[in-house]
Design a protein around this ligand. Structure first.
Ligand code: ADP
Length: 484
């Protein structure tokens, strides 16, 4: 299933200057899956130079031709989903039950942007004696840096709009989750002209920093933590290149007492906090639960959390696998310890051993009863840990829901339209899901308010961020200068 050694993709070739490698390890057994060349500045600079050289021809390629290749990527991913899902399950510990949805989402992105680019025009106006035309042009080389939690989706969020718009790309996958991207890279090398897509696996402070600092990169696109997002934004600011950022979250999920199907809402709220093993910037990790239904709901919620099957990510019955690495596992457990000191632990709160997968960091689905100002309610934990906050006054609840540095997603459960509307209106978040959670629809803008990011992905507006406008004024006849 794995090659023994993966290399960067630079100018259509799998090649490197360095002999240095880093291991890709199985998240739950600790087994070495492969070694990956550790890209440094030399590899990144060569990749950027290749992308720069490929840009004139690629940007001049008709959008319909570019779209054809993106549609091929979608077809290839569809044909290879099962294999890639297994690769990710080994590499990052996410379950084979859940990962196919990542691939459906990623495939949708390639198809969406292959279509959307055909309608992403500039405009033209008739002016006295001529026309004024605004053309949309690609920016050049896009430097894209992505995290490990949903590799297929992250790659699609960056490649599909950047390539559809006519940019060339240097993509740095995360050091914890490179394998499925490097498998995809083999196919990209087959179908794209050399240099159009380059992949440089490696570490943030090396390959990532070399990419953000390269003077030939014309745009930076990043998904990851707010802390690193700030570093990327500084790098963009110092060279005056545009930056889009999709960063952390600590999303409120609000339950009104008027819900008509409590069991369905319990299932949704459980999923919102635990999908992706809790390692999602979207996760609904602050549950605002109304006083009137608090006890009944909480009892059902605890039952739901306790019945989540924790186990090998490769077992189709498993619903919660291992977090990605020991470092991440220790971080989650540290937050749980903080929670035990400042809040009331309701269930979970420990590492779970799974026989045969002793190296995995399986965290029992955890619920704390707490207040919005606690550390566990304010900071992004990136593990299956839910903070439940009791509410009874609407204005106070909304104030608390917004009292956070993040603003990525949110959920509202109610059977009352007025409650849904006024809550959606007042939440400071880029997404508001009403009576559902984690539904990213191709074409509907996705991105954060406040410290959750800059810009929107997934939608037609995304293409604006991968292009710039040029106004061209045409005169029928050379007019006299206006001061004559
Ligand atoms: P997460 O906590 O989701 O892993 P990070 O923000 O730590 O998010 O990492 C996301 C991506 O950013 C990874 O590909 C990582 O290698 C990269 N990265 C980390 N530090 C830097 C940096 N200083 N410059 C550029 N990229 C970085």
């Amino acid at each position: 299933m794995f090659d023994s050694h993966y290399l960067p993709l630079i100018n259509g070739e799998f090649t490197a200057f360095t002999e240095e490698t880093f291991p890709a390890t199985d998240a739950t057994t600790g087994e070495r899956l492969a070694v990956i060349t550790r890209s440094g500045a030399a590899e990144v600079d060569a990749a950027v130079a290749a992308a720069k050289a490929a840009f004139p021809a690629w940007s001049a390629t008709p959008a319909a031709e570019r779209a054809k290749l993106l549609l091929k990527v979608a077809d290839w991913l569809e044909e290879n989903t099962e294999r890639l899902v297994r690769i990710d399950a080994h590499d990052i510990g996410r379950t084979v039950f859940e990962l196919p949805q990542d691939y459906r989402q990623a495939i949708g992105q390639y198809r969406f942007f292959a279509s959307a680019i055909s309608t992403h025009d500039g405009w033209n106006n008739v002016t006295p004696g001529g026309w004024a035309i605004a053309k949309r042009e690609p920016l050049g080389v896009v430097g894209a840096i992505i995290p490990w939690n949903v590799p297929a989706i992250m790659v699609s969020f960056k490649l599909a709009p950047a390539l559809a718009a006519g940019n060339t790309v240097v993509l740095k996958p995360d050091e914890n989750a490179s394998l499925s991207t490097l498998e995809l890279a083999k196919y990209l090398a087959e179908i794209f002209p050399a240099g159009v897509v380059n992949v440089v696996p490696g570490f943030g402070e090396e390959a990532g920093a070399a990419l953000t600092g390269n003077p030939d990169v014309a745009k930076l696109a990043f998904t990851g933590s707010t802390e690193v997002g700030r570093i990327i934004a500084h790098a963009g600011a110092s060279r005056l290149v545009p930056v889009t950022l999709e960063l952390g979250g600590k999303s409120p999920n609000i339950v009104f007492p008027d819900i008509d199907d409590i069991d369905a809402v319990v299932d949704n709220v459980t999923f919102a906090a635990t999908f992706c093993n809790g390692q999602s910037c979207l996760a609904g990790t602050r549950l605002f639960l109304h006083d009137d239904i608090y006890d009944t709901f909480m009892e059902k919620l605890v039952t739901a959390f306790r019945s989540i099957r924790v186990g090998s990510p490769l077992d189709p019955e498993t619903r919660l696998g291992s977090v990605v690495s020991p470092k991440q596992g220790e971080r989650v457990l540290k937050y749980i310890e903080t929670g035990k000191a400042e809040a009331k632990l309701i269930t979970g709160g420990e590492r779970v051993e799974v026989p045969g997968h002793e190296a995995g960091w399986f965290i029992a689905p955890t619920i704390f009863e707490t207040t919005n100002d606690s550390t566990i309610a304010q900071e992004e934990i990136f593990g299956p840990v839910l903070s439940v906050i009791r509410w009874n006054d609407f204005d106070t609840m909304i104030e608390q829901a917004n009292d956070i540095r993040y603003g990525l997603a949110s959920g509202v459960y109610t059977s009352n339209l007025r409650n849904a509307m006024r809550t959606a209106d007042r939440l400071q978040a880029g997404q508001v899901w009403v009576n559902q959670y984690v539904n990213l629809v191709d074409g509907s803008p996705f991105g954060g308010y406040k410290e959750s990011g800059l810009g929107r992905e997934v939608a037609k507006e995304t293409l604006d961020a991968y292009t710039q406008l040029k106004s061209v004024m045409l005169a029928e006849q050379v007019p006299p200068p206006f001061y004559v």
